[in-house]
Structure formats: structure tokens, C-alpha cells
Design a protein around this ligand. Sequence first.
Ligand SMILES: NC(=O)c1ccc[n+]([C@@H]2O[C@H](COP(=O)([O-])OP(=O)(O)OC[C@H]3O[C@@H](n4cnc5c(N)ncnc54)[C@H](O)[C@@H]3O)[C@@H](O)[C@H]2O)c1
Length: 288
Amino acid sequence: MSTNESSPVQAGRSGASASRAVQKASRARSDLRRVAVVTGAAAGLGNGIARRLASDGMALVLSDIDGDKLASARRTLEADGHAVETFQGDVASREDQQALVARAVEAFGRLDVFVNNAGIEQVKPLDDIAPEDLERIFRINVFGMLYGMQAAAARMRIQDDGIGKIINACSIAGHESYEMLGSYCATKHAVRSLTQTAAKEYARDGITVNAYCPGVAGTSMWTRIDQAMGHYMGTKPGEAFEKFSAGILLGRTQEPEDVGNLVSFLASTDSDYITGQSIITDGGMVFR
Ligand SMILES: NC(=O)c1ccc[n+]([C@@H]2O[C@H](COP(=O)([O-])OP(=O)(O)OC[C@H]3O[C@@H](n4cnc5c(N)ncnc54)[C@H](O)[C@@H]3O)[C@@H](O)[C@H]2O)c1
């Protein structure tokens, strides 16, 4: 076959049905500064992700519900010479998520990467979970993530250069469910599900959607989980954290930098051919 003849497979995907992702990737301009939004970026894993994407050369919009921590995170990044904007908002508010994307475009002119990182935990035996508990955790971890994807995709699909990257915070708890963490695990399974659906719906717009699934990181989230497990199971401070992480094959708990490494890859052009995946980074705990 000559080089300008296409195979049946290529022919089937050519013309009007050619992937918009391929077209957008080929138009990616290296002279543009890429712009990333990270929610829940004032502390913990989100802050580690923001620091990594900033050192990768992206302009950053940090979003968080906690205004004081947000201001402090901004000062730290600016002191290191990074281009940073902030937005104080609640991911559970659809209007806030839309305003967050508008802020990114207003500040830096475009949006390339949207990291739906903000999330909360909940420790309760199934029999104690009340309707308001479920509403609270689903509003932040699931509704908030979906609103973030909707707002990001609305902007990314009108940009015609470079693939848009939506990256969601899932967890090993999105692959495996744990006792006392039933509602949390249910939200993270929902994140994995919505990541797949979004990948299927947004590919035609030149947007990839993936998730990162951390294991056990000693952020303030785990301090609260450890305390709550102590309340229900009579464990001493630090004991639940130790028990949970005892079997990690690589012999240590997770650092924000470990998560930053994976998100940096998912935000880069090196992952342009990956979509719909929820990738585990846990030092060897859960195998899928
Ligand atoms: N820490 C872990 O071991 C672990 C493991 C797997 C997955 N995760 C996931 O990673 C993400 C970050 O976890 P973390 O450990 O850094 O949590 P964290 O509690 O230490 O930090 C979360 C940040 O999100 C912000 N936030 C909380 N609710 C918000 C809201 N409604 N709107 C905007 N911002 C909000 C908080 O102010 C805080 O700055 C979460 O989605 C979590 O479920 C964490």
C-alpha cells in the first residue's frame, strides 16, 4: 500500500469522524504558557500538586474554601517566582466552579488542566450514617467533581490548540471499600465511574479525563480519620494510621510529591493517549 493510501481502520476514522483530540494535539503550541486550576490547593495533596505543576512551568489558579490557607499558599508559590492566582470557593457550588474557570481565563487567558482535588472524608459505621452525612460528602466529593468537569469542559472545548486535561482525585477507596469508610468509598467509586463517562463524552472535544488514586498520605485528612477511628474502635492516636499503612510494599506512607509526580504526567503531553483511567499510586497496597 502506498503511503498516501489509508488502511480500512484509518479510513474508518478519517474525515469528519477523525478524532478532535488528534487535531488539537497537532495544533498544540509550545510557545503558550499552559494554565492549570487545582481545587483544594491550600493544603495537603492539592498543595503538593499545585507546587509540582508550577515547577513544571504552568500558570496556576489555586482554589480552596479556606481563605487564610489559600493566601498563605499563594505567598509561598509567588516567593518562588511562580505565576499564581487564587479563588476562594466551595466546590459543591456549581456557580463557584464556573466562576473559578472564569477567573483562570480572566487571569491567564486560557485553561489547559483542571485538577478536581478537593474532597472530604467521613468515618462512620454504616448503621450510623445519616441522610445529612451522605448529602454532605456526596455534595463535595461527587457533585463538586462533576461541576468542576462541566465548567472545565465548557472552556476547554472552545480552545482549538492542545488537549484539555481533566484530572480527578479518586483513591484506593475508589477500587476497594473499607470498613468505617463506607460513604467515603462510595463517593470515590462514583468518581471513578464519572471519570470513565466523562472520558467517553469529552474525547470528541479533545479533552482527556483521568483520575489519580492515592493510598495513605499523612495529611490533615488522615489526622482526622485517625482520630475518628480512635473514637469508634478505641485505637490510640496514630494507631489506625499505622495499621492502615503497615502493609505498604514500598515501606513508607505517601508524600504529596508522590501524587504530584503522577498528576504532572497526567497533565503533560506524555499522557495524551490515556483517557478514562483511574491510576493507583499507593506504594503497593491495592492491585488492579
Ligand atoms: N490523604 C490521603 O491519604 C488520601 C488518599 C486518597 C485520596 N485522597 C484524596 O485526595 C484529595 C486531597 O486529600 P488531602 O489528604 O490533601 O485532604 P486535606 O483535608 O488534607 O486537604 C483538603 C483541602 O481541600 C479543601 N477543601 C475541603 N472542602 C472543600 C470545598 N468544599 N471546596 C473547596 N475546597 C475544599 C480544604 O480546605 C483543604 O485545603 C481528596 O479528594 C482526598 O479524598 C487523599
